[in-house]
Write a protein that binds this ligand. Structure first.
Ligand SMILES: NC(=O)c1ccc[n+]([C@@H]2O[C@H](COP(=O)([O-])OP(=O)(O)OC[C@H]3O[C@@H](n4cnc5c(N)ncnc54)[C@H](O)[C@@H]3O)[C@@H](O)[C@H]2O)c1
Ligand SMILES: O=C(O)C(=O)C[C@]1(C(=O)O)C=C[C@@H](O)C=C1
Length: 306
C-alpha cells in the first residue's frame, strides 16, 4: 500500500490513536506519524512502546507540517483542541476526528478551521472496552465500518484521500450526514452502552444482597454487559452529553417497549412475548445473512467485507 499522507499527527494517544498508528505502520500509509498526549506519563509510555515516529511535548510540534491531523480525544474536548491547533495548521491540510458523535463535534470544531484547511469528520465503528496507549492493535479496524461525515462545501478530493487512508487501515468506508449518524449510533451503540452500565449497576446493588453470587454465576449475556460497562467513563460521559437528543429519543422508545414487555409478563401474555422474541430473532438472522456480523461464529471473521 502506498503512502497517502507525508505526515500524520495523532492528538490524544489512547485506544483509537494507538490502533491507527499500528495500522498506518502496517500498511505504510504515512511518511511520518507524530503523536501528542496531554499527560507526561502517556507520552513516556508511548515512547517506551515505540508508538509514533515522534512523540511530541507540545501541540505545535505535533501539528507542524502535518498533512492529516486526527483528533482522537473525548468528544467533549474536541473544540478546545481545535482552538489550540487552528493557528498551527498547514494550508491544504486535512483535519479529521474519530469521535463517537458527529453533530456536536462538528459544531465545536468547524468554526475554528481556517480557510484553506479541509475538515472531514469521521468515526471508525470499532473499539474495545480498553483505553490508553497500550490498548491499540493494528487489526482493530479490519473489516469494520468507518463513517465519514463531510460538511457542506468540502473538497471531494480531501474526502477521497481520507477514504483511501481508512481503507488502508483495513476499514470499509461509507458516508453519512451528521444527524443521521447520531441517531443510528444512538440505537446501535450509545443506548446499548447505557443499558449495559445500568444492568451492571443493578447487579452490583444485588450483589450486596446475594453475597457475590451474581458475579460468580454470571452467564454469557451478563458477562457481555460487564465487558461493555468496563468502557472508559470519560469517553462515555462525553458521548451521552454530546448526543443528548438522539440518545433520549431512543431511550424513550426503549422505555415504552420495556414497559409493554413488563406488562406482558405481569399479565401472563405469552403470545406477546413470543411474537416479540420471534421478531427480534429474525433481525439477528437478517444481520448474519447479510454478512454484517464479522464476529458471529457461524459467519466467520473477514466475511463482512463488501
Ligand atoms: N473506545 C472506543 O470504542 C471508540 C470507538 C470509536 C471511536 N471512539 C472515539 O475516539 C475518541 C478517543 O477514544 P479512545 O477510546 O481512544 O479513548 P482513550 O481514553 O483510550 O484515549 C483518549 C486520549 O485523549 C486524551 N485526552 C483526554 N482529554 C484530553 C484533553 N483535554 N486534551 C488532550 N488530550 C486529552 C487522553 O489522555 C487519552 O490519551 C473518543 O472521541 C471516542 O468517542 C472510541
Ligand atoms: O466493541 C466495543 O467495545 C465498542 O463499544 C465499540 C463501539 C460500539 O459501540 O460498537 C463503541 C463506541 C464507538 O464509537 C464505536 C464502537
Amino acid at each position: 500500500m502506498a503512502e497517502i499522507y507525508d505526515r500524520v499527527a495523532l492528538i490524544g494517544l489512547g485506544l483509537i490513536a494507538s490502533s491507527m498508528f499500528w495500522a498506518i505502520r502496517r500498511a505504510g500509509l504515512a511518511g511520518e506519524v507524530r503523536g501528542y498526549a496531554r499527560s507526561a506519563e502517556t507520552r513516556e509510555t508511548a515512547r517506551e512502546i515505540g508508538l509514533c515516529d515522534r512523540v511530541c511535548d507540545t501541540l505545535s510540534e505535533t501539528v507542524e507540517g502535518a498533512d492529516l491531523v486526527v483528533l482522537c480525544v473525548p468528544v467533549g474536548v474536541m473544540g478546545d483542541i481545535a482552538v489550540e491547533i487552528a493557528p498551527l495548521l498547514k494550508p491544504g491540510a486535512t483535519v479529521t476526528d474519530v469521535g463517537s458523535v458527529k453533530s456536536d463535534v462538528i459544531a465545536q470544531v468547524r468554526p475554528h478551521i481556517p480557510d484553506g484547511v479541509h475538515f472531514v469528520p469521521g468515526h471508525p465503528l470499532a473499539g474495545t472496552e480498553h483505553s490508553g496507549p497500550r490498548s491499540g492493535f493494528a487489526e482493530l479496524f479490519d473489516n469494520r465500518w468507518c463513517l465519514l461525515v463531510p460538511v457542506e462545501g468540502t473538497d471531494p478530493a480531501a474526502v477521497d484521500r481520507l477514504r483511501r487512508f481508512w481503507e488502508g487501515c483495513g476499514a470499509n468506508v461509507d458516508e453519512m450526514d451528521a444527524d443521521h449518524h447520531d441517531l443510528v449510533l444512538a440505537v446501535t451503540s450509545h443506548a446499548p452502552h447505557l443499558i449495559a452500565y445500568t444492568m451492571v449497576g443493578v447487579a452490583d446493588d444485588l450483589r450486596r444482597v446475594t453475597d457475590s453470587e451474581v458475579i460468580k454465576y454470571s452467564a454469557g449475556g451478563f458477562r457481555d454487559f460487564t465487558r461493555i460497562a468496563a468502557s472508559d467513563p470519560t469517553m462515555w460521559r462525553d458521548v451521552f452529553l454530546s448526543n443528548k437528543d438522539a440518545t433520549l429519543e431512543i431511550l424513550g422508545r426503549f422505555t415504552e417497549e420495556l414497559f409493554a414487555l413488563q406488562r406482558a409478563i405481569r399479565q401472563g401474555d405469552g403470545a406477546h412475548l413470543h411474537d416479540y422474541f420471534t421478531r427480534t430473532r429474525a433481525i439477528r438472522k437478517g444481520i448474519i445473512e447479510a454478512g454484517q456480523d464479522t464476529d458471529a461464529p457461524d459467519f466467520g471473521r473477514g466475511g463482512g467485507k463488501k
